[in-house]
Design a protein around this ligand. Structure first.
Ligand code: ZN
Length: 195
């Protein structure tokens, strides 16, 4: 859909839209569908330019639409699988398990990775494209994804969780390796901690 591509663009920091709270989707209509298509197209386009990264999930705010919609890749391990699941008005109803620190990146925060503490298990409630409510229980990496994406719908970014953690910041190098950032010189007071 060429029209979609022209209208929506991947939003990155320091675009203030990333700090705004998204609205709930009332009725799933043509506009909702258009936004979802734009999200998928934006993520796949981004992915072709990123040799060492896979687009696993995206929130509507990242294409500039303040709607509570997230999409999650159905298969994280296979770049050729370009299908997604859609979660409308997603809410985490329960945080469970233990806190686990692991690497996390974001299409809207280029080249920066963080070791972010997240719950290992969450329960999520959402609506599908027909408006039907459904629930999922997610663990490990998928639980991390839901926490990251639901944060987006509330104007929050992964860097907010680690802003006071000197050992949590990394930079993605051109060869795909992660290099630890010097917190005092490269993170603190820098644009990485943008608000
Ligand atoms: Zn993100």
């Amino acid at each position: 859909m060429p029209a979609t591509k022209l209208k929506y663009k991947l939003v990155t920091v320091p675009n203030p839209v990333l700090r705004q709270t998204s609205k709930r989707v009332g009725i799933v209509n043509e506009h909702t569908q258009e936004v979802i298509q734009a999200m998928e197209a934006s993520m796949l386009k981004w992915e072709t330019s990123r040799k060492h990264e896979v687009g696993v999930a995206l929130a509507a705010t990242q294409v500039g639409e303040l709607l509570r919609i997230i999409i999650v890749r159905n298969n994280f391990d296979d770049k050729n699988d370009r299908t997604f699941s859609v979660f409308i008005n997603p809410v985490i109803t329960k945080f469970e398990g233990t806190m686990i620190e692991d690497f996390e990146g974001c299409l809207s925060v280029k080249d920066i990775y963080g070791k972010v503490p997240r719950y290992s298990k969450v329960r999520v409630k959402a609506k599908d494209l027909t408006g039907r409510e459904f629930r999922v229980t997610a663990t490990d990496f998928l639980a991390r994804i839901f926490q990251h994406e639901v944060d987006h719908t509330n104007g929050k970014l992964f860097i907010d969780h680690i802003k006071d953690m000197p050992d949590a910041f990394y930079r993605l190098l051109p060869d795909g390796k992660l290099e630890k950032l010097d917190y005092d010189n490269e993170v603190k007071n820098s644009r990485i901690l943008w608000k």
